[in-house]
Structures are given as structure tokens and as C-alpha cells.
Design a protein around this ligand. Sequence first.
Ligand code: FES
Length: 291
Amino acid sequence: MSGPGLKNATIAAGAVMVLSVVALAVDYAVMRGWTPASDAQIAALQEKVQRDAKLAPVLAAEQKRIAEFNRARRARVNWLSLVLVGAAAGFLGGAKRLLAGQARPPVRVPERGPSAVWPRAGRAVAAQAAAAAPEIDLTFVDGLIEKEGRGAEAAIPILQAIQAHYRYLPDEALRRVCHLTEISPAQIAGTSSFYSRFRRSPVGEHIVRVCHGTACHVAGARQITDELRRELAIAEGEDTDPSRTFTVEEVACLGCCSLAPVLMVDEHTAGKLTPATACDALAAVQPGERA
Ligand code: FES
């Protein structure tokens, strides 16, 4: 992902990460001095109690205070550790996306208005979409906006619902959202590129997930993917064939490594594949054409 939103979020995550580390280090340093002192204090009180039993309530109160302090400290450290892990994950994820984004041309944020052209992954997709995109029924978007509201905070639920309904984010639907709400094209561009589950191009009727986990990688997953893409005539930089029948994705371990290399066509699994047999697996959903 690229864009100022991601950059700012990555910097913020990095700052939170550093602050969490500093807070944990300070806490550790303070406790290194405090623990022996409190232990000595308790030991001294215990000695006094042995000589004077009337001091027993004082000892009990002190022990209770120290126990509560330790409990609060443990909770604070747990909380800081969680923040640190979350911030580190956000920082690393953001940095990775920023670095990856440098290799791609920058996303052009369109002007707001009816003539706006939304950024696409490439010209091939735009041409493909123009040639074969089905009519988009925008009444769904209108109803969705009525339900979710028109404020900028509704951006993610609205995009999620549009993605679920159309299986990608059609330009027409996004333009409609910007026209009817306070959500800006820049906000949509930033949000939709930040979350990988949002697709900006149409998805095929069937999803082919080729496992590229370690076992499948070693067993030839790359050749399987290449053969499928060649057979389906999927253009460079795209993941869907021109007829929008199949979308080919590379995924992590599918959990059946003994069958490597493995792919799934929708819910059907096929294993022990070779480049020669990989395309036969598509017959699970299109038996008439690919048996
Ligand atoms: S690595 Fe492919 S199924 Fe596990």
C-alpha cells in the first residue's frame, strides 16, 4: 500500500512501539530497586512482630499494599506488552506495504464528481472491466447508505458491505458513496488499499487458491500457478481470466501438506498435482468444459 494515510499510521505505530519499549524498560529499572527495598521492609516488620505482636496488623496492611502494588504492576506490564506487540505488528506490516508500494506506480486519487476516474491496478483491468462489467445496480448502495449513515466513520462498514455484495468494489458504487456521503475519494482509496480483503477489480466466478506454503512451494507450487495462469490466459499483473470465470490466488498453507502441492477450487481440494494435472482440478466446478 502507498499513501499518506499508511505512512502516518506506520509512523504512529513505530512511535507507540518505541514508547512501549521505553515504558517497559523504565518499569523494569524502577522495580529492580523497589523489590529488594520492599522485601527488606517486610523482613524488618516481621522481626518487630516477633518481638511485639501488636504490630501484626501493620505487617498485614503492608503485605496487602505490596501485593496490590505487584498485581497492578503485572497488569500494567501485560497491557504494555500487548500494546508493544500490536504496534510492532502494525509498524512491520505498514513498512512492508510501504516498501512494496514503492515498486508500483503511485495510486492516483481521483477528483470528486461524476467525471472522476478511479485508480485501477492497470490498463488491462480497466479495459477488461469496460468490456465485460455487468450493470451495477446502485439501489443496493442507496439502501446501504441509509442504513449505515453518511458520516466518514461509516466508510469501513459501507466498503465491507459493498465488497460482500458485489465481491469487489465497483467504481460506480464508490462514486455513488462519495456523492451521497461525507466519505471522500481519498478516504476510500486509503481504506480500500490498506485492507487486503478489499478488491478493486472484479473477481472471477470461482476462486482458485494455490497453496504456496513451504511443503507446496518445495513440491512445485510455482509451476502449478504458472501453468494455471497460462491455461486461463490471465494477463501479467492480473489474477482473473478474461471471462471472469476463475480468479487465481496464491495462499499460505491450506493444512493438508501431505497432499502437496495442493490447490482449492472454491470448496474442492485437489492434491499431488503436477503442472499437467493442475488444470484438470478446475473440472470440479466446470466439469462440462474442463473434464
Ligand atoms: S504447505 Fe501446502 S498445504 Fe501445507
